[in-house]
Design a protein around this ligand. Structure first.
Ligand SMILES: NC(=O)c1ccc[n+]([C@@H]2O[C@H](COP(=O)([O-])OP(=O)(O)OC[C@H]3O[C@@H](n4cnc5c(N)ncnc54)[C@H](OP(=O)(O)O)[C@@H]3O)[C@@H](O)[C@H]2O)c1
Length: 311
């Protein structure tokens, strides 16, 4: 089968569409005929080796982890999936920018409800489940205020909507061009991260500080800076690591990898299908343009997800 492949740690522009063996389903797995695949920052790091200590890649590496497709083979011990089922999921290093991929039946795989097309389905798994896990880990509650830094990216657009749906008051970072869209998704206020200091501007709007900071951009000591937007005794949550302790009694919560509960992905898919969760497709590319999709995802400001469709 054809797949978007890295043969070693390499620059993004040396990716190629190449032949690799079609995967088969092991115990607990299903093979999927891919309809669409979405990109995430980790895909880029796996290709270049930027995070190889934490996430070593096996070569040849097939790019992509998010997928929508149909079940083409069911492995031993799998229940609940049959040939032809339409699904969405996160496949890790199995790789999804390919004609076929293999997924483990479990919380990272779900049936696709009617009304959810493949392109939007592929744009949900990693970002959507990470947003759910971040808000759950930090225990965001109705009536609390939350600052989402990185709100116009993959995770951020889901985090804004899910926080708003929980009944939180959302302050979100967005450029002027994206501000009205982010407010439509439920943000009460937006802060332009290119024009202002996000923490200072947030404190100007919420002088005591927000209950919760969700930071999808900064890492390390940068998170200590973001924590200044939280009220004393508030919380900060990040998918990137930072200081073990923060000033003014702000509690840091870090999630190293997302760990969804059964039903999380089904719930996101159901909300997307019924229209209560907007899925923003920033750009879509045919399979033959997959190398350009990766380059654009890496180099351009694209609001929402980048999706590659596979014939
Ligand atoms: N630990 C885990 O389980 C896990 C899971 C998923 C993701 N992650 C990590 O989480 C991070 C976010 O992921 P993602 O998929 O949401 O990334 P993404 O789609 O690239 O989104 C990042 C967003 O942040 C914006 N941004 C950049 N600098 C900013 C700033 N200074 N202030 C406010 N916004 C800014 C970007 O806008 P521009 O386009 O203008 O730069 C973009 O919209 C990545 O580092 C990813 O590797 C971790």
């Amino acid at each position: 089968m054809k797949a978007l492949v890295a043969t070693e740690y390499q620059p993004l522009d040396r990716l190629t569409l190449a032949d690799v063996p079609t995967p088969s389903a092991g115990p607990g797995q299903v093979v999927l005929k891919v309809e669409a695949a979405a990109l995430n920052p980790l895909d880029l790091m796996l290709v270049t080796g930027a995070a190889k200590e934490l996430y070593p890649a096996e070569h040849p590496l097939v790019v992509g982890m998010d997928v929508a497709g149909t079940v083409a083979e069911v492995g031993p011990g799998v229940t609940g999936y049959t040939l032809g089922d339409r699904v969405l999921g996160f496949v890790g290093q199995a790789g999804s920018v390919a004609e076929y991929t293999v997924a483990t039946a479990g919380p990272r795989l779900a049936h696709r409800p009617d009304g959810l097309d493949g392109v939007r389905a592929a744009a949900i798994p990693e970002s959507g489940m990470t947003a759910v896990c971040l808000l759950r880990a930090v225990g965001l509650r109705a009536g609390e205020s939350v600052l989402v830094i990185g709100a116009t990216g993959g995770i951020g657009l889901y985090a804004v909507q899910l926080a708003h749906a929980l009944g939180a008051r959302v302050v979100a970072t967005a450029t002027e061009a994206d501000a009205s869209y982010v407010r439509e998704l439920g943000a009460a206020e937006t802060v332009d991260y290119r024009a202002a200091d996000v923490v200072e501007e947030t404190l100007r709007r919420v002088p005591d500080g927000v209950d919760v900071v969700v930071d999808l951009v900064n890492r390390g000591e940068g998170l200590a800076g973001s924590a200044r937007a939280a009220l004393p005794g508030g919380r900060l949550v990040s998918p990137l690591f930072g200081p073990a302790a923060l000033d003014r009694g702000v509690t840091p919560v870090y999630i190293g990898s997302f760990d969804p509960e059964p039903g999380d992905l089904e719930d996101l898919a159901r909300r997307a299908a019924d229209g209560s969760l907007r899925v923003e497709i920033g750009a879509r590319y045919p399979f033959t343009d997959a190398v350009r999709a990766v380059a654009d995802f890496a180099g351009k400001h694209i609001r929402g997800k980048v999706v590659v469709t596979v014939p």
